[in-house]
Design a protein. Structure first.
Length: 331
């Protein structure tokens, strides 16, 4: 798989020390916390989700080309030659129809990507409170999935590029927050043979299958970067290792390993480090903060490198799942 003459896209943790300036060509940075204290700019995207333990440093997404940023209505927008990032927050208190809201917001996001000629969705993060609230098809996550599918329309089918994605439940009173990265150039979906593709999930998981890929491979002049969706302890389409956070962690990491293996196969590359990432970055969402030590121990037992890791308090889309991990890095 040939490299493409486009700018790279990397992620790193901020170094908040006196005399350390912001990095050149920051596309945007995520800032974590339900009680933000520092000012934000057009390309500083607040995520209303708290870290577990130490405060999480800003997460910076960096490109190789100059960046401009602006605000258009409710949308904070940052863009460079090859990538567009859009961030939106919406207060859910007055919202009566959550599914309709999701459809509307996603349509507006997709319209912005088309108008600015960034047609290829790469990565999306979705956060909202009460993700497990409701029952049956009225569960909030199923309503979210259905609303997103309406906006995507005929986009969500095999052969089309679906973005890597995360959907996590946040604390009551926090806003709906969506961040989308799109690219001018074509990227590549990566699926996991250990798991049913999310867009092929059976009806028992809701009226609409989730519209995302397991990972997206960004091909740039500087190399190959994999962006992995929020990943959990699922084999096929069934949740595994119920009530066992250590085993759920191990199974989740095996799924991430498989995605790295599939990406290396697609690119015919190897960094000589097995199923590890170079310049890796992991976000770990944990339903019950009291289990963080057990999860971290299982994580350290598995990892052979030393990626940047952030632990966050969040609810996974299935009630029985105790954690979810997303990752990014060079392969």
């Amino acid at each position: 798989m040939a490299k493409s003459p486009v700018s790279g896209l990397s992620v790193r943790q901020a170094v908040d020390e006196p005399g350390v300036s912001r990095l050149c060509n920051e596309l945007f940075r995520f800032r974590f916390g339900t009680n933000p204290e520092r000012e934000s700019g057009d390309n500083v995207f607040q995520l209303h989700i708290d870290s577990i333990g130490q405060p999480a440093p800003d997460e910076i997404w960096v490109t190789d080309s100059p960046v401009s940023s602006e605000r258009v209505g409710d949308f904070a927008i940052a863009q460079c030659a090859d990538y567009l990032a859009i961030h939106v927050e919406i207060d859910l208190a007055p919202v009566a129809d959550f599914k309709a809201l999701i459809t509307q917001v996603y349509r507006e996001l997709l319209q912005l990507t088309r108008e600015r000629n960034y047609p290829n969705l790469v990565r999306v993060w979705n956060y909202f409170p009460g993700i497990n609230a409701g029952s049956g098809d009225l569960e909030m996550y199923r309503q979210f999935t259905a609303g997103r599918a309406v906006a995507f329309g005929g986009f969500a089918h095999e052969g089309e590029l679906l973005p890597a994605a995360t959907a996590i439940g946040t604390d009551e009173g926090t806003p709906l927050t969506i961040t989308m990265i799109a690219a001018r150039h074509q990227c590549r979906m990566i699926e996991n043979p250990r798991q049913t593709s999310a867009y092929k999930y059976p009806r028992e998981f809701g009226p609409s299958s989730p519209s995302f890929s397991r990972a997206v491979l960004v091909v740039a002049e500087s190399g190959y970067r994999i962006l992995m969706s929020g990943t959990a302890s699922i084999i096929g389409h069934q949740s595994m290792h119920l009530d066992d956070p250590a085993q759920q962690t191990a199974e989740t990491l095996r799924n991430l390993d498989e995605l790295i293996q599939q990406a290396r196969h697609a690119t015919q590359t190897s960094n000589g480090q097995g199923q590890t990432l170079t310049d890796g970055y992991l976000r770990i969402y944990i339903r019950r903060p009291a289990q963080v030590t057990e999860i971290e121990t299982a994580l350290r037992d598995h990892l052979v490198d030393d990626p940047n890791i952030v632990f966050l308090r969040g609810d996974v889309c299935r009630r029985e799942l105790l954690l979810e991990i997303e990752a990014a890095g060079d392969i």
